[in-house]
Design a protein around this ligand. Structure first.
Ligand code: KIV
Ligand code: ZN
Length: 507
């Protein structure tokens, strides 16, 4: 890895060091087996990360084995293995990296007074000596040695500068300045990196790396601040998974650098693979991201308020700083909710091939708002129903062909139902406690199955008696529950259609 690569295209390169398989995998519930780790390592290679830190080989035979297998499976990125500043750890890490085309040992020790006193019961001078010895020892095995000053975030800057200078002199090619506890804020962390850039004599002989944790929600801000102040490697994980509140998220750093030309940096990340890799991590590690997670959350490219939707439909740059295609998302979504406006509704209808006149749109919008008040999400089928088209009916195996009911005061409710069941026409007449009950009995007779209606809900979309009524139904058959839905200005027809909709789920 060369130092501070200048290019004619985009300023300095920032190397991306991915530690999803080491710091990320350490978090509870994220453990992967070797096969899964290899699969993820290959995806990271595809994403074009520069370095993959894939384990702490001395920690377990499984970790050792997966580092070895990843070295065999992955070609382009540097493969890095973690160790403490302990000879045995370094021996095992070097062994595990045996098959790496380009390997790196990442060794280090805590440098804050808290670590020196409580973890090591030691003093600054002895820790410095141990650090230097570890780097020299690791260099016997490999040319690329990264040193980490654990808890550098809380380490006194003057002492940290002495450590950094000494480990570079001992042969470290990269020096990692971790904010291990996520304690720093962006200006402090940036100032720390600047202090090192200004005060370490041999700083040009190594790359300074930033490794931030998110305990106060500032990992990405600290990482960017470190880069702006001289760091040229960022240690990150996919989706920001990692110890406690996690590490810096790869996708956030890569996209911050990509969309801010004024930073004048670039990474080699193939950003179009970001979403795919994130989804792989979410599924392999069972760590779904929150809907509003930057870059990869379900809502990251969803516009929901009427004002924003109107703005985006006029020109996407009004409310989008990232082209979703740049991160592998097909397109941004104009989600429909009670806060959506006519422009968004019309946009959805147009996408469905339905062109409405102004009056039709006004009418549809009124019904839409009433529906959106009760339903969290409005789907395409709801939209079709609003304008009186039903998509579901045409693909069902059972079709309602005819329905006639007799009901009213002092009469016995009767219903005649004609169905087309998979091409066969059949008819039944039944009485009941009301027109709906009579119709349901006739339907049950025709389908000849044991069905119990568990829930039945009729709602009007608007308050007018001439308007569409929605029917939701839940039925039980053979110990399973099935749901049906329909809408019609005739609520008996809507009820029978909803029942047929539910029955169609198991016939
Ligand atoms: O957060 C940290 O300090 C680390 C080191 C082991 C690099 O993960
Ligand atoms: Zn860490």
């Amino acid at each position: 890895m060369e130092n501070k690569t200048k290019t004619s295209t985009g300023g300095d390169k920032v190397y991306i060091f991915d530690t999803t398989l080491r710091d990320g995998e350490q978090s509870p519930g994220c453990q992967l087996n070797s096969v899964e780790k290899i699969e993820l390592a290959k995806a990271l290679e595809d994403l074009n990360v520069d370095v993959i830190e894939c384990g702490f080989p001395v920690s377990s035979p499984e970790d050792f084995n997966s580092v070895t297998e990843i070295c065999k499976a992955v070609e382009k990125p540097v493969i890095c293995a973690l160790s403490r500043a302990v000879e045995k750890d370094i021996d095992v890490a070097a062994d595990a990296l045996h098959f790496a085309r380009r390997g790196r040992i990442h060794t280090g020790i805590g440098t804050s007074d808290e670590h020196i006193k409580y973890k090591f019961n030691s003093n600054r001078e002895d820790i410095l000596t141990t650090a230097v010895k570890a780097v020299k020892y690791a260099r016997r095995f490999i040319d690329d040695v990264e040193f980490y000053a654990e808890d550098a975030g809380r380490t006194d800057n003057e002492y940290l500068a002495r450590v950094v200078e000494a480990v570079i002199a001992a042969g470290a090619t990269v020096v990692n300045i971790p904010d291990t506890t996520g304690y720093c804020n962006p200006w402090e962390y940036g100032a720390k990196i600047k202090y090192l850039m200004d005060n370490v004599q041999n700083i040009d002989k190594a790359i300074i790396s930033v490794h931030c944790h998110n305990d106060l929600g500032m990992a990405t801000a600290n990482t960017i601040s470190g880069i702006l102040n001289g760091a040229r490697q960022a240690e990150v994980t996919i989706d920001g998974i990692g110890e406690r509140a996690g590490n810096t998220a790869l996708e956030e750093v890569a996209m911050a650098i990509k969309c801010r030309n004024d930073y004048n940096f670039y990474t080699d990340i193939n950003t179009k693979k970001i979403m795919k890799t994130s989804q792989m991590v979410q599924s392999l590690m069972n760590t779904p991201v929150q809907a509003n997670k930057a870059i990869v959350g379900r809502n990251a490219f969803a516009h929901s308020s009427g004002i924003h939707q109107d703005g985006v439909l006029k020109n996407r740059s009004s409310y989008e700083i990232i082209d979703p295609a740049d991160v592998g998302v097909a397109e941004s979504t104009i989600s429909l909710s009670a806060r959506s406006g006519r422009a968004a509704l019309n946009f959805h209808y147009k996408n469905m091939g339905i062109n409405l006149t102004k009056e039709q749109l006004d009418d549809a919008y009124k019904k839409f708002l009433l529906l959106a008040d009760t339903n969290k999400e409005i789907n395409d089928n709801d939209l079709l129903i609003i304008v009186g088209v039903s998509k579901v009916e045409s693909v069902r195996k059972i079709q309602l062909k005819y329905l006639q009911v007799v009901c009213g005061k002092n009469s016995v409710p009767m219903s005649t139902v004609k169905l087309d069941i998979d091409g066969e026409i059949c008819q039944a007449t039944s009485s009941g406690d009301g027109p709906v009950d009579a119709s349901f009995r006739a339907v049950k007779q025709l389908v000849n199955r044991k069905i119990a209606v568990e829930e039945y809900l009729v709602q009007a979309i608007t308050k007018g008696c001439d308007d569409v009524g929605k029917v939701h139904i839940k039925i039980e058959h053979g110990g399973n529950y099935y749901y049906g839905f329909s809408a019609n200005t005739d609520i008996v027809t809507a009820s029978v259609e909803a029942l047929i909709d539910a029955i169609s789920k198991f016939i």
